[in-house]
Design a protein around this ligand. Sequence first.
Ligand code: ADP
Ligand code: MG
Length: 250
Amino acid sequence: MLLKIEKLTKHFEGLVANNNVEFGLARGEILAIIGPNGAGKSTLFNLISGMLRPTSGKVYLEGADITGLKSHTIAEKGIARTFQTTTLFDELRVVDNLAIGHKVRTKSGFWDTLFHTSRYQREREETQAKVMDVLEFIGLKHNAFDFVSTLPQEAQKRLSIGVALVSEPKIILLDEPTAGIIQDETDAITDLIFKIKAKGITVCLIEHKMRMVMDLVDRIVVLNYGSKIAEGTPEEISNNPKVIEAYLGG
Ligand code: ADP
Ligand code: MG
């Protein structure tokens, strides 16, 4: 397993947001985390990416314990993420947002930047090449110099994914990549996720649009009230009585 989650638990005051959650992420697969609102899906991403520390439990990346490491350290180790609501710099251009995303990959410090050392110059060229590469990949080459605030919602979503991709991750965590987008526009996001998989990047996504999930993913983990209630292929999950109950009952 590329990523392994063991008995992950997170308490907020009296609330149990994640309760002994366990699953693995195999290299090259697309896994969806689904579940009703408040089930603990985003919290799980926060624990994996180091935005929050678990109350108990472990996260392993390629067998190494990464539990509780700082978020920038986890990003450097190859786990990138997007957020449920986009965190782009609206007042900046598309290229600037991507260049900022590449910071994870560079080592230049204050002196390198001030004196334009060879390291700084080499890294600047690397950033430019990578930004061009990602612009093309996410289909925003012709919007490179547009201000983010002028882009349609769906293009902003693709850009957020691009910002995660410029750090050249092994794993990308996508928190509701189609939230706020109408059904007709989700195809562009679906296509992009398939392309990410084809590039060899492992994908874990939180998604509510079930038709999209069924077409896209290899495996599904279902959370309800912080606990995993089911895990399986899209077909197994759609026939699982516990899952149907979680969505329709309660
Ligand atoms: P989901 O993404 O599945 O909708 P979340 O992980 O965002 O669910 O939230 C799970 C539960 O944890 C919710 O009841 C939410 O209110 C609570 N929660 C999430 N983050 C925090 C926080 N930082 N502090 C307190 N409670 C939180
Ligand atoms: Mg959420």
